[in-house]
Design a protein around this ligand. Structure first.
Ligand code: HEM
Length: 203
């Protein structure tokens, strides 16, 4: 399920990068397509169910971990697990809080709010781009989002690799490759997302 969510993150990043183009029509058309296309609507249900399954699965794992070792190690860092893996639940909680705020700011505004409209090829479209561009002119928003994308990078760094462990793919040849690919994906996504608020703020 984590891998499916990572795919969503790449698609979402691709669309969001369009907002940086001098002509924001492409972004508004893409946002409109995402909001109205029936196939995407089905995908959205799958996506939100995916988030819920992912959260329930993650919480179950965390509770099992706590129950397996009720007394925490006295010396932090004593276990040999990577520092990223130790903070999965913490980074997850932060990302969850972000998602609630993010959906209220963009998604629900797009769905139920009154957004300005622009004419593109004679057709009226919600000016989603104007909303995004206005938000990222606020420094607190920019810093908050950058913080989240770094946290997201940490979460994905360990999450990608552990998804493969869940499939039972854990051996001397594949594990290092999977770990490196996970690091690369986490890095690309974190940097890709960070570019958006930074570019909007400074340009
Ligand atoms: C600079 C970064 C981001 C921008 C500018 C942005 C912008 C938007 C906008 C405008 C929407 C509503 C309309 C649309 O679907 O196009 C949206 C929806 C959404 N965003 Fe983001 N987003 C960003 C990062 C993220 C991240 C990192 C996540 C996940 C951890 C995320 C998760 C979602 C979800 C789940 C939805 C609702 C489903 C959807 O419409 O695709 N977003 N975002």
């Amino acid at each position: 399920m984590g891998l499916f969510l990572i795919t969503f993150l790449f698609v979402h990043l691709g669309i969001n990068l369009l907002v940086l183009l001098p002509d924001t029509s492409a972004f508004n058309i893409a946002a409109h397509f995402m909001g109205t296309n029936p196939i995407i609507k089905v995908f959205e249900v799958v996506l939100f169910s995916g988030f819920i399954i992912h959260i329930i699965y993650g919480l179950t794992l965390q509770v099992q971990n706590w129950m397996a070792r009720p007394n925490r190690y006295k010396i932090e860092g004593w276990s040999h697990s990577s520092p990223f893996s130790k903070f999965m639940i913490h980074t997850a909680v932060i990302i969850f809080i972000f998602l609630v705020i993010h959906l209220a700011d963009f998604y629900f505004k797009a769905k139920f709010g009154h957004l300005e409209e622009v004419l593109i090829n004679g057709e009226p479209y919600h000016d989603m781009a104007a909303l995004v561009l206005a938000k990222f002119k606020i420094i607190g928003f920019v810093i908050g989002y950058i913080f989240i994308f770094i946290i997201l990078g940490f979460h994905l760094h360990h999450g990608f690799q552990s998804a493969f462990q869940s499939f039972g793919l854990n051996n001397k040849t594949y594990t290092p490759i999977i770990k490196n690919v996970g690091t690369l994906i986490a890095f690309i996504l974190a940097i890709g997302y960070i570019i958006i608020p930074v570019a909007i703020y400074f340009l």
